[in-house]
Design a protein around this ligand. Structure first.
Ligand SMILES: [Zn+2]
Length: 680
C-alpha cells in the first residue's frame, strides 16, 4: 500500500497469491523498489489485522495529516507582511518567506542552506549583540530589538527583529526563527515601485504603516469615497499580486480630488493639438490663460460685455394662445415632432421669436399648463418674457438656440425609454429648463466674464457664472410679473421640488463638469441597461426583467443623471442634426467665438481661445475636435440608453462632411461669410 502525491488519500493495494516460497519472508526491498511501501501478509487472526490497521492510522495517515498542516502553515507564512526566516540550530537557513525575499532582495533559493549570519553580515551592530542574542536563545527565551541587516545590494537596513528558539522533541533547540519588520520610509517608498512589493495596501514587512493608514481613515468622518477606499483596501488583503497592483492604481485614481476632468486636459496638452486644447480650455476651464488681470473695477464699470444689461420684463402682445398662431407658422410647427424639424425656418417666419411659438406648441402638447395649473395666456406671457431676455444680437446663444434645445429635449422625452422612466414633473422640468437654460447669455464664455471681472463673475464667485445666472434670472423674471408666473399655482412643496429640479438641469449644462456627468451616466444608467440586455437575452423574454431594470432606472438618483444627460445632449445636439442645420450652427458658434476673441484683443484681455481667430480659424477643424472630444462618447451613451439611431447617422455623415471640408482646406473666412447677415 502507498500514499501517492496526487492525493494523500489514495491507496494502491495489490493482492498477490501466497506462495510456498514466501514462507522464507524475503526482503521487502524489491517491493519498495516497485513502489510499494507496505507489505501485509494474509492473516486469519482478527487481532493481528486490527493492530495492522491501527499502525496504519497512527503512522502514515497521521503523518500525512501533519504534513498537510505544515503546508498550510508555510502558506500562511508566505502571506504575512513580516519577514520570516527559519534556520537550524546552527543558523543554516532552511526557509524564508516572500516578505523576507522582498525585504532582503534575495530569492529563497539563493540563501537556502547558507549561514544566516553570513548572508546579512555587516558591522553596524554592536560587537556583543550576537552574543547577547545567543545567550537568550540558549535559555530558551526570545530576543527582541533593533538589528542591522544587509540587503543583497549592500544597503544596510535597520529593522525591528524578534528572534526565538524552537525546542525539538529531544529538549534541544531544533530551529531558530527570526521575524523582521522595518519602518525605513525611503525603503518602503522604493519597494512600492518594484513589481511585487505592494500588498495589503502597504508594503510587505511594514504592518505599522498600514495601521496608521487605517487609523487615518477611521478618524475622518466616513464619506462614501472613504468607504470605497476601505473596501478596496480590505479586498487587497488576500488577492493575488496582479489584482493588488490593479487595485492600487484604482486607489491612486480615487485619491485624486478631480475625478473626472484634469486627466484629459493633460493628455491633450501632450498631444499639442491647439484646436482641441483651445476648445477644452475655453469651454471647460475657468480662466486657463490667466494673464495679468486687467483692473477689475475698471472693467465692471466699462460694461462692454453684454452680460450686465437690464432684464426685460415687459410682455409684448400676441400670440396669446395656440389657436392664435398664424397659419404659416402653424404649418412650419406641424413638423415639430420630427428630429429633422427646421428651426432656422421657424426663426425667420417668427422674426427671431421662435421660442414663444415652439414653446407654446410643445408645452401644450406635454400638458405643462395642467401641471402648473395655469392658463395658456400665462404660459405665453412667461415664454414671451423669457424670450425677450435672450440676446438676438448673439449669433449663437440667442432664443433660436433655446428653441432648438427645447426641440431636442421634447424629442428625447418622446423616446419610449424616457416615457417609461421619467414622470410628469421630470418632463415638465426638462422642458422648462431647456427654455431658460441660456437666458440673458451675453455671447461670451464663463472664462471671458471671469477675466474681465464681470459683475456676474463677482456675484457667483467665478463658479458656473453663466449657468447660475440663467437659472437665477429665470426665476426672478417669473416672480416679477404675476401674469407671467408659471410657478404661482404650485404649493410650497411642489414649487420647491420643481425649482430644485430645474436648477440642477440648468447647472448641468456647464461644460466644466461634462466628463463627470457623462461618466456617472455611463456607470450608473448604462450599466443598469446593460444588465437588462444580458438577462433578457438569456431568458429569451425581456418582460419580467425589464421591470427590474425599470426599477433601477427610476430611482431618484438615476433619474437625476438621466435628466442631466438629456439636457446636455439637447444643448450640444447640433452635430447630430441634418447637415444643413449642423453647418449653420457650426458657423454661428464660431462667429460668436470670433467676436469674443476680437473683443479680448481690443481690450487687452487674456485670449481664451486663440484658435478662434476670424482670419485663421478652420471651422471644420473646430467641429471635428468638438465632436471627437465631447460628442461621440456622449451620444454613444445616450443612444445606448434611449435608442436614437437617426442622430448617430446624422453625426457620422456630418463628421464626414467636416473632414471633407477640412481636406478641401476650406478656410473659415469663406465658410462664415454667409452668416454675417445674422449679426445685428
Ligand atoms: Zn445652450
Amino acid at each position: 500500500m502507498r500514499a501517492t502525491k496526487a492525493s494523500q488519500h489514495t491507496v494502491i493495494v495489490a493482492v498477490t497469491k501466497r506462495l510456498s516460497t514466501d514462507k522464507d519472508e524475503p526482503s521487502i526491498l524489491p517491493l519498495i523498489k516497485a513502489g510499494f511501501n507496505k507489505r501485509v501478509v494474509e492473516n486469519h487472526n482478527l487481532n493481528a489485522c486490527i493492530n495492522e490497521l491501527l499502525c496504519l492510522e497512527y503512522g502514515e495517515v497521521r503523518t500525512q495529516l501533519q504534513l498537510s498542516a505544515a503546508n498550510a502553515l508555510f502558506c500562511a507564512l508566505d502571506n504575512v507582511s513580516d519577514a520570516v526566516e527559519i534556520a537550524s540550530d546552527d543558523r543554516e537557513i532552511q526557509y524564508v518567506n516572500h516578505a523576507w525575499e522582498r525585504l532582503m532582495g534575495y530569492g529563497s533559493e539563493e540563501v537556502m542552506e547558507k549561514d544566516s549570519m553570513e548572508v546579512t553580515k555587516n558591522d553596524h551592530n554592536k560587537p556583543d549583540l550576537q552574543d547577547s542574542i545567543n545567550t537568550q536563545l540558549k535559555k530558551g527565551k526570545y530576543w527582541e530589538g533593533t538589528y542591522y541587516t544587509r540587503r543583497k545590494n549592500g544597503e544596510i537596513l535597520p529593522s525591528h527583529c524578534h528572534v526565538s528558539p524552537v525546542i525539538g522533541p529531544t529538549g534541544q533547540i531544533s530551529h531558530i526563527i527570526s521575524v523582521k519588520t522595518t519602518s525605513d520610509a525611503s525603503l518602503i517608498e522604493r519597494l512600492k515601485d518594484t513589481d511585487y512589493s505592494i500588498v495589503n495596501g502597504g508594503v510587505y514587512g511594514f504592518p505599522r504603516r498600514r495601521e496608521s493608514v487605517t487609523k487615518i481613515h477611521s478618524m475622518t468622518i466616513e464619506a462614501p469615497i472613504t468607504k470605497v477606499i476601505n473596501i478596496i483596501n480590505a479586498a487587497q488583503e488576500n488577492s493575488p499580486i496582479t489584482v493588488v497592483q490593479a487595485l492600487d492604481h484604482v486607489l491612486e485614481i480615487l485619491r485624486t480630488s478631480e475625478l473626472y476632468s484634469p486627466y484629459l486636459s493633460q493628455q491633450l496638452r501632450a498631444d499639442e493639438d491647439p484646436m482641441t486644447t483651445d476648445l477644452v480650455g475655453g469651454i471647460m476651464s475657468q480662466s486657463m490663460r490667466r494673464q495679468l488681470m486687467v483692473s477689475a473695477s475698471q472693467d465692471v464699470n466699462s460694461n462692454s460685455s453684454k452680460g450686465s444689461h437690464q432684464p426685460h420684463t415687459y410682455i409684448p402682445t400676441n400670440p396669446a394662445t395656440l389657436s392664435q398662431i398664424p397659419d404659416h407658422i402653424k404649418a412650419i410647427l406641424n413638423s415639430e415632432p420630427s428630429w429633422d424639424f427646421d428651426i432656422i425656418r421657424l426663426e425667420k417666419a417668427t422674426n427671431n421669436r421662435p421660442l414663444v411659438y415652439l414653446g407654446l406648441k410643445t408645452l401644450m402638447r406635454f400638458g405643462v399648463c395642467d401641471f402648473f395649473n395655469i392658463n395658456e395666456t400665462c404660459l405665453t406671457n412667461w415664454l414671451t418674457v423669457i424670450e425677450s431676455n435672450y440676446h438676438s444680437s448673439n449669433t449663437y446663444h440667442n432664443s433660436t438656440h433655446a428653441a432648438d434645445v427645447l426641440h431636442a429635449t421634447a424629442f428625447f422625452l418622446e423616446q419610449e425609454r424616457n416615457k417609461a422612466v421619467l414622470d410628469q414633473s421630470d418632463v415638465v422640468c426638462s422642458l422648462i429648463s431647456a427654455i431658460i437654460h441660456d437666458v440673458d447669455h451675453p455671447g461670451r464664455t464663463n472664462a471671458f466674464l471671469i477675466n474681465e471681472g464681470n459683475k456676474l463673475a463677482i456675484l457667483y464667485n467665478d463658479q458656473a457664472v453663466l449657468e447660475s445666472h440663467h437659472s437665477a434670472l429665470a426665476f426672478q423674471l417669473s416672480w416679477e410679473n404675476d401674469s407671467a408666473n408659471i410657478f404661482r399655482g404650485l404649493d410650497n412643496e411642489g414649487y420647491r421640488a420643481t425649482r430644485q429640479n430645474i436648477i440642477d438641469m440648468v447647472l448641468a449644462t456647464e461644460m466644466r463638469h461634462h466628463f463627470e456627468h457623462l461618466n456617472k451616466f455611463v456607470n450608473s444608467v448604462n450599466k443598469a441597461t446593460l444588465k437588462y440586455e444580458d438577462t433578457s437575452s438569456m431568458s429569451g423574454n425581456g418582460s419580467p426583467d425589464s421591470s427590474v431594470v425599470l426599477n433601477q432606472l427610476t430611482t431618484p438618483e438615476n433619474r437625476l443623471l438621466i435628466k442631466r444627460m438629456l439636457i446636455k445632449c439637447a444643448d450640444v445636439a447640433n452635430p447630430c442634426r441634418p447637415l444643413d442645420l449642423c453647418v449653420e450652427w457650426g458657423k454661428r458658434i464660431a462667429e460668436e467665438y470670433f467676436n469674443q476673441t476680437e473683443e479680448e484683443k481690443k481690450r487687452g484681455l487674456p485670449v481664451v481661445m486663440p484658435i478662434f481667430d476670424r482670419k485663421t480659424c478652420s471651422i471644420p477643424k473646430s467641429q471635428i475636435s468638438f465632436i471627437d472630444v465631447f460628442i461621440n462618447d456622449m451620444f454613444d451613451a445616450w443612444d445606448y440608453y434611449c435608442d436614437v439611431p437617426d442622430l448617430i447617422t446624422h453625426l457620422q455623415n456630418n463628421y464626414k462632411y467636416w473632414q471633407q471640408a477640412d481636406d478641401n482646406s476650406q478656410d473659415c473666412e469663406e465658410a462664415s461669410s454667409p452668416t454675417d447677415g445674422d449679426k445685428t
